[in-house]
Design a binder for this molecule. Structure first.
Ligand code: PEP
Ligand code: MN
Length: 509
């Protein structure tokens, strides 16, 4: 689906396009309030009303595809209840069934919740208008209270920081590693807001750097730009906090969700201070795994926040520092986040950017995360990655992000959790195989020692009678454990054969 669509503010110069739109649009399911024919006077009234009310009592936008106005969408504040709005839209018939209405509804709802501080948006739709009901459903509208008219259904959507549980589509948290300048974050956010799957804007304000004298983030000034980006795009925002002062400032500037960085989670003192600083502000908190592969440390961080009454917790898996060479910047060790979510039942976000450390591995890693039923992806995205002040190698442009997302296979959640369970079992098999290998190696080592002993004492290698007795015992024990005589015989014959060869080699040396 190519969605070269923008929602544009109405201007006086749109008058002719507005008249053409309103006279061409299919009226089967439109409110009778739309004058017919739609005249010059009607257009003047609309454009004047919009100019007075836009951003205050409503959000009114033209739906523009490939530079042409093809529809109109608005959310108007309810005069009796100012935290509630009503959505309405129209779109030329030839633009239906292309995902345009769905995307326009997503964006305008974000804007309304954010800019107009609404908490509820209602839609009144003809029951027969299945296509429109589907668009609203896809946007999380659910059945509302009945309205007077028999043929009309009311559906409602409530403001929320993106929910993790309802949808099969994972949350996409995208944005630059660091908020660097007003222009950078605004341009990035605007491009991201055009990508339908993007649900949240990330941006680092305080950057934990390995070495001093590197760029450490813009601090409070950056929070103002992040707030501006949210206002312009309606995207909720998230940033990393590492000290109680960060928490206080992030709350002051209306950041919607906070995450605790991998270097902070390793320190229980810091985690406790952050949990205490948030007491009474139950906003979503995402806890990254500690840099070291220590499940208990990660679990402990969740417990500290839970004890302080923070309930909207999620985990971010960003890989682990590891002594082994690997193509990843941080080794994924998928079994650790899987184990965490099984113990805690919290949503899991996979930070593919910090796992990979480069762009090349992002796609396969994101797919792997989706196959394991991740609830969200965090992806670093910069309007100009080459110029990024931090993590330049792993950031992608919004355009590249769009391509990446379109190349992913999103699976139904339950099939994903089957994958997740399977992955867990496969992990167990891998561990058992590793133990078997260790045991086999030990066994071969003992064989070599026996060979050495026999050589010194001039004894023959094979004592056939002893072996037959041992094998018979193993077959009997194996049968008690539910394994066939064939399996036991085959496995132990092979092991025995290898042992003899090893002994013989030692004796021939
Ligand atoms: C980040 O998200 O930019 C970051 C610093 O991540 P982490 O704490 O995972 O290293
Ligand atoms: Mn980063």
């Amino acid at each position: 689906m190519s969605l070269n669509m923008i929602l544009k503010q109405w201007t006086p110069s749109d008058k002719a396009a507005l008249i053409a739109l309103c006279n061409a649009v299919d009226r089967t399911y439109l409110s009778a309030r739309l004058p017919k024919p739609y005249t010059d006077v009607d257009a003047d009234w609309w454009l004047g009303m919009v100019r007075l009310n836009d951003g205050k009592n409503g959000i009114f936008r033209a739906i523009v595809v490939d530079g042409q106005i093809v529809g109109s969408i608005s959310v108007e504040r309810n005069a009796e209840n100012n935290t509630e709005g009503e959505i309405g839209y129209m779109l030329l018939t030839e633009y239906w069934s292309k995902g345009i209405a769905t995307e326009a509804v997503t964006r305008i709802c974000r804007m309304a919740f954010c800019e107009l501080s609404m908490d509820t948006i209602v839609a009144k739709v003809y029951k027969a208008n299945a296509a429109s009901l589907r668009v609203l459903e896809k946007n999380g509208f659910v059945e509302g209270s009945p309205v007077g008219a028999q043929d009309i259904k009311q559906v409602v959507k409530r403001s929320e920081t993106p929910a993790f549980t309802q949808s099969d589509i994972p949350l996409i948290l995208a944005g630059p590693c660091s908020v660097e300048s007003e222009a950078q974050i605004l341009a990035t956010a605007q491009a991201l807001a055009k990508i339908p799957q993007v649900t949240m804007l990330r941006g680092g304000i305080w950057k934990p750097r390995t070495r001093p004298d590197a760029f450490e983030g813009r601090g409070e000034e950056g929070l103002k730009w992040l707030r501006e980006a949210k206002k312009e795009t309606g995207l909720p925002t998230a940033t990393e906090v590492a000290t109680p002062t960060h928490v206080e400032l992030a709350l002051k500037y209306g950041v919607d969700a906070l995450w605790i960085g991998a270097r902070t989670v390793v320190n229980p003192f810091s985690v406790q201070q952050l949990a205490d600083a948030l007491k009474g502000n139950d906003i979503p908190v995402y806890i990254k795994n500690p840099v070291s592969p220590d499940l208990n440390l990660w679990l402990g961080a969740f417990e500290r926040f839970q004890k302080d009454g923070i309930t909207q917790l999620a985990a971010i898996h960003r890989g682990f520092s590891y002594y082994k060479e690997s193509p990843y910047r941080n080794f994924p060790m998928w079994e650790i986040p899987i184990e965490l979510t099984q113990r805690l039942n919290v949503p899991l976000i996979t930070d593919i950017s910090h796992i990979c450390g480069n762009r090349e591995l992002l796609l396969s890693t994101a797919q792997k995360a989706l196959d394991l039923a991740t609830d969200g992806l965090m992806i670093e995205c910069h309007i100009n990655p080459a110029e990024a002040l931090t993590d330049a190698k792993q950031q992608v442009t919004p355009e590249e992000l769009k391509t990446l997302l379109s190349n992913l296979t999103f699976r139904a959640k339950n099939s994903g959790s089957v994958e997740r369970d399977l992955a867990n079992l496969r992990g167990e098999i891998d561990e058992i195989d590793a133990e078997l290998l260790q045991l086999l190696a030990r066994r071969m080592e003992v064989s070599a020692q026996i060979g050495e002993y026999k050589k010194q004492n001039n004894v023959t290698v094979v004592q056939m009678e002893r072996w037959k007795k041992i094998l018979a015992d193993h077959v009997a024990t194996g049968a008690e454990m539910g394994m066939s005589a064939e399996l036991i015989t085959e496995v132990f014959e092979a092991i025995h054969q290898a042992s003899i060869e090893r002994q013989s080699r030692v004796m021939d040396e």
